[in-house]
Design a protein around this ligand. Structure first.
Ligand SMILES: Nc1ncnc2c1ncn2[C@@H]1O[C@H](COP(=O)(O)OP(=O)(O)OP(=O)(O)O)[C@@H](O)[C@H]1O
Ligand SMILES: [Mg+2]
Length: 175
């Protein structure tokens, strides 16, 4: 469950450019909820997502995920609990790494780092099978770098790939 409690974010406070982007925003999302946020340019949609992900800290309010108070955690500290899928898939992936390496990184989010092979055989097979379901041909290009044209052609569906692979305990993803 995600809770936003009275979150406020003001850009450039006390200047002529002051902008109250979020004004006492509160809502609760339960597990399994699927929400579409609609608003005009500058309404605050991205600001709200940035607040959840910790791009910066809100000026007021609290953000809780499954009861864990994220409010004072930095972006990289929150990465343990949640994932983010960007509109531009290349922003949320490592272009110089292979498709399977990106998937392995996503699958290990929040887990302890150890010195082991990056991808085990069984994992590679799981990636292959699950990518096959998408019907994009990515399952035959697991070792292609995400930034290469052959892989990036399919990146519009990268979001759904990463959204599906959630380690345990599962992080939450927002687009
Ligand atoms: N880093 C920033 N510095 C100053 N003002 C900002 C900053 N980020 C956003 N704003 C302002 O906050 C308001 C909300 O912006 P935001 O980007 O959240 O809107 P949005 O709903 O995502 O818009 P769009 O549909 O264009 O993506 C806008 O007036 C914007 O100019
Ligand atoms: Mg936006």
């Amino acid at each position: 469950m995600l809770e936003m409690r009275h979150v406020t974010k003001i850009f450039n406070p006390g200047t002529v450019d002051e902008k109250i982007a979020l004004n006492d925003l509160s809502f609760t999302l339960n597990d399994g909820d699927f929400v579409t946020v609609i608003g005009g340019n500058g309404a605050g949609k991205s600001t709200m997502q940035n607040a959840i992900c910790g791009t910066w800290l809100p000026d007021a309010g609290e953000i809780l995920l499954d009861g864990i108070d994220l409010s004072s955690l930095s972006e990289h500290q929150r990465a343990k609990y949640l994932g983010r899928v960007y509109q531009d898939p290349m922003t949320g992936t490592a272009a110089g790494m292979q498709i399977e390496e990106n998937l392995a990184l996503a699958a290990r989010r929040g887990l302890r780092r150890t010195l082991r092979p990056g991808i085990r055989k069984a994992e590679r097979e799981e990636y292959r099978q699950r990518l096959q379901e998408l019907g994009l041909g990515l399952d035959t290009r697991l070792s292609a770098k995400v930034g290469t044209p052959s892989a990036s052609r399919s990146c519009c569906c990268w979001t759904s790939i990463r959204r599906r692979w959630t380690p345990k305990p599962p992080p939450r993803s927002w687009n």
